[in-house]
Design a protein around this ligand. Structure first.
Ligand code: SF4
Length: 93
């Protein structure tokens, strides 16, 4: 996960800096976004995501974290035995 900002799309509104100042700053020269921390920790990452959602230039991208890798199945472990389903009784009338 890397926070990225497209300076060509940035309109220098500064909302990202107000929302996640640990992650974003604005250039002294043109006021456009500067990414301070491209790999923020989870609590800050949420605010970076919020800043991306609020950005009027749609200049910020905060990709989703990849899912945890699945444990490979143990080929030597026996599969769970299938239990036959109980037969359904007809409803009393
Ligand atoms: S909120 Fe978007 S448009 Fe505004 S400064 Fe940040 S990146 Fe640029």
């Amino acid at each position: 996960m890397r926070v990225e900002a497209d300076r060509a799309r940035c309109v220098a509104s500064g909302q990202c800096v107000m929302t996640a100042p640990e992650v974003f700053d604005q250039s002294e020269e043109d006021g456009k976004v500067v990414v301070l921390d491209a790999t923020p920790a989870p609590p800050v990452r949420g605010r970076a995501r919020q800043a991306a959602a609020m950005c009027p230039g749609a200049a910020i991208s905060v990709p989703q974290e990849p899912a945890e890798p699945l444990e490979p199945a143990d080929p030597f472990e026996p599969a769970e035995p299938l239990v036959p389903a109980e037969p359904q009784k007809p409803a009393d009338r």
